[in-house]
Write a protein that binds this ligand. Structure first.
Ligand SMILES: NC(=O)c1ccc[n+]([C@@H]2O[C@H](COP(=O)([O-])OP(=O)(O)OC[C@H]3O[C@@H](n4cnc5c(N)ncnc54)[C@H](OP(=O)(O)O)[C@@H]3O)[C@@H](O)[C@H]2O)c1
Length: 274
């Protein structure tokens, strides 16, 4: 291929003809990622627990491309098995697995229940490990040395630094996301030889059901903490995922990429800059 074709954005960042599973694809960040993939020619399966939410999302997504939805709780082994069977039947193979489903629990330390801690860690960490392990055969069917299959884990800037804005601690959430970032690195080393890359994206604040309540109370604090003084826009996550899933990102492996406007490297508002 001559440089002019090799370096042209339309080809370098192309996702055409790929297949993807987006967990938690029925709302928020996952729904936007599913839209971005569909608009760019990827055949997509979304999954989340509630059938009703899957159906609603499907209505929104169907005009954009070839998409199906499957109601599954990723923390349940039988649901994961049924989901992967569905993906096999619908897509044949998986070029992209986006582990996006996540949950949170906020409480003061003395009131923080074991059930809350277990729920968050089992969704944000354990289920990602188990689903990824069991998805390997489908990913291998799409993986080549030239064009590896891609696993993209949605971590969080809260896994890079101790969150400060919410006022109420989220012990399990930050611990689960930090562990997910490191799981990403260990899986990348293990799966690289199979031509499967594994990377994580660590978002800052983006509008979703998870953040509605936080924005109602603390939006101006969130903006103050961010050097760009705003929350993220959906296309800023679609962009990084497109990079990671395309030829442009095929040699990027084992990374955790913050997409947070610089919040995780800032220590907050600098009064002297006003
Ligand atoms: N929004 C942000 O500012 C932000 C920042 C950093 C990281 N993140 C991460 O981004 C990801 C998406 O979060 P979001 O903000 O878009 O929140 P959201 O709107 O609440 O979306 C969460 C999605 O996950 C699904 N889900 C939850 N538990 C599940 C389970 N056990 N099995 C299958 N699906 C499940 C939900 O659908 P059901 O209820 O139908 O299951 C929903 O589709 C999460 O991993 C979150 O930690 C978000």
């Amino acid at each position: 291929m001559v440089d002019s074709e090799n370096f042209a954005i339309a080809d370098l960042f192309s996702l055409a003809g790929k297949t993807a599973l987006v967990t938690g694809g029925s709302s928020g960040i996952g729904l936007n990622l599913a839209k971005g993939l569909l608009i760019n020619g990827v055949r997509v399966v979304i999954a989340s627990r509630k059938q009703e939410k899957c159906d609603e999302a499907l209505q929104e997504l169907a005009p954009l491309g070839e998409v199906s939805a499957f109601a599954a709780d990723v923390t349940k082994p039988e649901d994961r098995a049924a989901l992967l069977e569905f993906c096999g039947a619908k897509l044949g193979s998986l070029s992209i697995l986006i582990n996006n489903a996540g949950s949170n629990w906020a409480a003061q330390l003395q009131d923080y229940p074991d059930e809350g801690f277990d729920k968050v860690v089992s969704t944000n960490l354990n289920a990602v490990f188990s689903l990824t392990r069991d998805a390997i055969p489908l990913l291998e069917l799409a993986a080549t040395e030239e064009d590896p299959a891609r696993i993209i884990n949605i971590g969080s800037m809260d896994g890079l630094q101790v969150p400060i804005v919410q006022r109420v601690p989220t012990f399990a959430y930050s611990a689960s996301k930090a562990a997910l970032h490191h799981l990403t690195r260990t899986l990348a080393v293990d799966l690289g030889p199979k031509h499967i890359t594994v990377n994580a994206v660590a978002p800052g604040f983006f509008a979703s059901r998870m953040t509605d309540f936080v924005f109602d109370k603390y939006l101006s604090d969130i903006e103050d903490e961010c050097p760009l003084h705003r929350i993220g826009r959906p296309e800023e996550l679609v962009g990084i995922v497109t990079y990671l899933a395309s030829r442009a990102g095929s040699y990027t492996n084992g990374t955790v990429i913050p997409v947070d406007g610089g919040t995780s490297v800032s220590k907050g508002k600098r009064d002297w800059m006003e």
